[in-house]
Design a protein around this ligand. Structure first.
Ligand SMILES: [Zn+2]
Ligand SMILES: [Zn+2]
Length: 459
C-alpha cells in the first residue's frame, strides 16, 4: 500500500494509513466520499458496498427530511432496504439542537435490528447521529444538506452537554454522499458559514503550533498540509461560493471534508479549532442569557477569526522586554483565588468551566519557567507562527467577497458580549490558545479595545 503524499486529495486519503514523520500512524477510516450533482441516487449503492445489513435508521429533522431525507428514504426503499425515519426533537423555542436530549432520543431508537444509520442534514443532525451511532456501535453514512461546517468527517461531535458546548470523541462516517444540487441551494447564510469555518484554519493551526512550542504538546504538520490547497481554493473562489455556484460549492465541500480529515489525523479538533472557536462557543453558551438565538457556527467563527488574527498581529509587534514580568509574578493567582474569580465571572456555568480551566492552570513556579522560555524564544515563536498565519485584512476581504458576516451587528451579538468573550472565553475549555497566551503575558485586557476596533468587527 502506497503512503499518500502532499498535495493530498480526498480520494487518495480514503481508508488509508499514513506513516508520518511525527511518529504517529494516521488512519482515515472513512471509505467513500461522493461529491456530485445528483449524488443522492448513489446512496443505496454506497450502502450496499460499505455498510452491511438492510435495516436503516434515517436520522433527519423536519427541514432536512423535506429537502433530501424523503428522497433518500425512497431510493433506499426501492433498493430493498427497510428504512425507519427518525426526526430529531424540536426544543420549546422551535430550534433543533445537538444536545444530550437529542443524542439520547436517537440512541434509544437504535434497537438490535438496526444495522446502520443514515444521517441527512447539516451540523446538528450529523453531530447527533454521529455520537448516537458511535455509542450504539453502529456505522453511519451522512448526506450533508448544507456545506455549513467542517464536522461531517471529523471523529468528534460538538454537543451541548449540561449547558456547555463540548467536543465529544465519536467516530467518522463510513461514507459521505454530498449532492451538489442540494448543497448549492442551501440557504446562502449556511454556505457562507461553511466558508467562515474554513477561514479559521490559519489561526487555529497557529494556536496549535503555539501550544506545541510553549507547552510541548503534540503537533503534526500533516493536518495543515491536508487542507492547504483546498483552503486556498476556497479563498480564491470566495465570491462564487457566496453566490452558490455549483463548482465553487464543490470546492468548499471538498475543503470542509478535508478539514474533517485533518482533525482525524490530529486525533483532536486542534488544527481546526482554537481561540476563535472558543469565542463562538462562548456566544452559544450564553445566548439564552441575552435572549438571542445562536447564529450559525461558521458565521460566528468567521467574525471571531478576524479578532484572533488581529490579536496575533498585535502580539507579534509586542516587545517582550517591555512586559512587566515582576508585576505578572506578583499578581499571579493561586488556584483558590482563580476558582473564586471564575465563580463570579461564569455564574451558572462556573462548575463546568472550572473543571476545564483547571486543566491548564499552572502553579507559579511552573508558570515562571514558561514565562522565561517565552522571553528567551520570542523570535523563534514568531518565526514558526508567521508562515501559518494569514493577515486579518486578507481574511476580511475573503469574507466580504463571499457576503459573509464580518461584524458583531450582523451576528446579532452585542459589543459587550464580544468584550466578555474576548476576556473570558479562554476559561471554557482546557485547550491553550492565543487568548491564554495574551492573558499570560498580562496584555489581554490592555489590548482588548485596540484589537476589537482594529479587527473591524465592531462595525
Ligand atoms: Zn503526523
Ligand atoms: Zn468549526
Amino acid at each position: 500500500m502506497s503512503t499518500p503524499t502532499p498535495p493530498f486529495s480526498i480520494q487518495q486519503l480514503l481508508g488509508k494509513t499514513l506513516s508520518c514523520t511525527c511518529g504517529v500512524e494516521h488512519t482515515i477510516p472513512t471509505q467513500a466520499v461522493i461529491i456530485a450533482e445528483g449524488a443522492l441516487e448513489q446512496v443505496p449503492s454506497c450502502c450496499t458496498r460499505y455498510l452491511p445489513g438492510k435495516q436503516v435508521l434515517l436520522v433527519v429533522d423536519e427541514v432536512t427530511y423535506r429537502i433530501a431525507g424523503e428522497r433518500v428514504q425512497k431510493y433506499l426503499a426501492d433498493a430493498g432496504y427497510a428504512v425507519e425515519p427518525l426526526f430529531l426533537r424540536t426544543r420549546a423555542d422551535g430550534r433543533v439542537v445537538a444536545d444530550d436530549e437529542n443524542v439520547a432520543h436517537v440512541r434509544t431508537r437504535i434497537r438490535d435490528a438496526i444495522d446502520f444509520l443514515v444521517a441527512v442534514g447539516a451540523g446538528t443532525v450529523n453531530d447527533v447521529a454521529k455520537l448516537a451511532s458511535y455509542q450504539a456501535e453502529r456505522p453511519y453514512l451522512v448526506c450533508p444538506t448544507a456545506p455549513s461546517m467542517n464536522g461531517f468527517t471529523s471523529g468528534i461531535a460538538a454537543i451541548l452537554s449540561r449547558g456547555v458546548k463540548r467536543t465529544i470523541p465519536a467516530h467518522t462516517p463510513v461514507a459521505v454522499v454530498a449532492d451538489l444540487n442540494i448543497l448549492s441551494t442551501a440557504p446562502p447564510a449556511m454556505i457562507r458559514a461553511g466558508l467562515g469555518d474554513m477561514i479559521s484554519k490559519p489561526v487555529s493551526n497557529a494556536d496549535w503550533k503555539l501550544t506545541q512550542l510553549i507547552k510541548g504538546g503534540y503537533y503534526c504538520e500533516v493536518p495543515l498540509r491536508i487542507v492547504e490547497e483546498a483552503e486556498q481554493a476556497c479563498r480564491a473562489n470566495a465570491a462564487a461560493i457566496g453566490q452558490g455556484e455549483k463548482g465553487a460549492i464543490g470546492i468548499l465541500t471538498e475543503a470542509l471534508i478535508l478539514s474533517g480529515f485533518s482533525m482525524v489525523v490530529a486525533g483532536s479538533s486542534s488544527p481546526a479549532s482554537g481561540g476563535e472557536h472558543l469565542l463562538s462557543h462562548y456566544w452559544d453558551m450564553t445566548a439564552h442569557w441575552h435572549g438571542r438565538e445562536e447564529n450559525f457556527h461558521g458565521a460566528q467563527v468567521g467574525v471571531a477569526t478576524l479578532v484572533s488574527a488581529t490579536l496575533y498581529e498585535k502580539l507579534q509587534r509586542l516587545d517582550p522586554q517591555a512586559i512587566d514580568w515582576t508585576a505578572l509574578r506578583r499578581q499571579y493567582p493561586d488556584w483558590e483565588e482563580l476558582e473564586q474569580s471564575l465563580h463570579k465571572i461564569h455564574g451558572p456555568l462556573a462548575v463546568e468551566v472550572i473543571a476545564e480551566a483547571r486543566k491548564k492552570y499552572l502553579p507559579l513556579p511552573e508558570k515562571e519557567k514558561e514565562w522565561q522560555w517565552i522571553r528567551e524564544n520570542w523570535d523563534t515563536i514568531w518565526q514558526e507562527l508567521s508562515p501559518i498565519l494569514v493577515p486579518a485584512a486578507r481574511i476580511r476581504e475573503i469574507l466580504l467577497a463571499a457576503g459573509a458576516p464580518t461584524t458583531m451587528r450582523e451576528l446579532g451579538i452585542g459589543a459587550e458580549e464580544l468584550r466578555t468573550a474576548f476576556l473570558h472565553a479562554k476559561d471554557i475549555r482546557g485547550r491553550y490558545t492565543v487568548l491564554d497566551f495574551a492573558h499570560d503575558l498580562g496584555v489581554l485586557e490592555g489590548l482588548c479595545e485596540e484589537v476589537l476596533s482594529e479587527s473591524g468587527v465592531l462595525g
